[in-house]
Design a protein around this ligand. Structure first.
Ligand code: F6P
Length: 343
């Protein structure tokens, strides 16, 4: 009987997951393994919901966004008997290893399983937020920023025509990489990031100055920046991993109101939201997804478990899952220095 690998994708989806699944399946088959997919992240392995995976099935998925396996934010450690069921499914399917593709939450579970049971797991880092440690970049980020830069260019046209300030709210709950890259690459006039409390006076001053020169201005904000007037006293819903569900926080709208108040200039806002998470992956994300998927299958063959396929410079290397999930990679001081030069 052929050796078997299970594959799952967990957490928020992002473009590049399908190329990663394809890369993993192609490499696994070359290395003498059969693959089986689990539907909807850890939920699928808890409930033994499998789907076939092979070369033929995955051949043409590289240009599709999302994940052909489906995903969820299920945490087996938070479900009654979840971990036991997961291990049972693993045995029932005669698996030799599991490849878990995800961000800090999904890989956090992978790490815990490895720590608790020496569970044979290999991680594949993904997140459009690019906030995972132990890898220079994650696939999904390039596509989502490309989409956001395009959105900002469209907002520039209309802001220019109407002589307005426009605020673009992008995703990024704990880390401001998406907002910062969008703002710099899209030539915005100001950026608000979750790593630093918004200096409302400075923001108004800089936007006014930018407006004075060209009669429009653009601001990019992360969805979860620190604004004293937002979130106070609210009962905040949490997901399985303890993250605040941001639905309805309306940071972009709130900032637009503050800006209008402080500057007296007409201000609008737009929220790009999940549009950023869909669509065909860029060349960069297709290549990175493919490379980390292939590497994950090779690590299984080499019995390198408890690691993820991280990008270091130009190489894909095994990085202990502990390093990946130990600390979130937020925007660092040297990037702030760059941002200070630009805004
Ligand atoms: O995990 C990435 C992310 O896109 C965050 O930037 C965002 O806050 C969150 O997912 C949104 O999650 P959901 O799709 O569950 O609303």
């Amino acid at each position: 009987m052929a050796k078997r690998i299970g594959i799952l994708t967990g957490g928020g989806d992002c473009p590049g997951l399908n190329p990663a699944i394809r890369g993993c399946v192609y490499a696994a088959e070359r290395l003498g393994y059969e693959c089986v997919g689990f539907e909807d992240g850890w939920k699928g392995i808890i409930e033994n919901k499998t789907t076939p995976l092979n070369r033929e099935i995955t051949r043409d998925i590289k240009m599709d966004g999302g994940t052909m396996l489906g995903t969820s934010r299920t945490n087996p450690y938070k479900r009654e008997g979840g971990v036991e069921k997961l291990r049972e499914t693993f045995q029932k399917n005669n698996l030799e290893a599991l490849v878990a593709m995800g961000g800090e939450d999904t890989l956090g579970v992978a790490h815990r399983l490895y720590k608790d049971f020496k569970f044979p797991v290999v991680g594949v880092p993904k997140t459009m937020d690019n906030d995972l440690s132990g890898t220079d970049y994650t696939f999904g980020f390039d596509t989502s920023v490309t989409v956001a830069v395009d959105a900002l260019a469209r907002l520039r046209d209309t802001a220019k025509s109407h002589h307005r300030i426009i605020v673009l709210e992008v995703m990024g709950r704990h880390a401001g990489w998406v907002a910062m890259f969008t703002a710099i690459a899209g030539a915005a006039d100001y950026v608000c990031l979750p790593e630093r409390t918004v200096d409302v006076e400075d923001m108004a001053k800089k936007l006014k100055a930018a407006y004075a020169g060209k009669r429009f201005a653009l601001l990019v904000t992360s969805e979860a920046v620190d604004l004293p007037s937002v979130g106070e006293g609210e009962k905040q819903a949490l997901d399985d991993f303890g993250h605040v569900v941001l639905k309805g926080r309306a940071i972009g709208e709130t900032l637009a109101k503050i800006i209008e108040d402080k500057t007296g200039l007409e201000t609008r806002h737009a929220v790009i939201g999940h549009i950023q998470r869909g669509g065909s992956p860029t060349l960069y994300d297709r290549m990175l997804g493919t490379r980390v998927g292939v590497a994950a299958a090779s690590f299984v063959a080499e019995k390198k478990f408890g690691v993820m396929a991280g990008l270091t410079g130009d190489k894909i290397v095994p990085v202990p899952l502990e390093t990946a999930v130990g600390q979130l990679k937020t925007v660092s001081p040297e990037w702030f220095k760059l941002a200070e030069m630009m805004f």
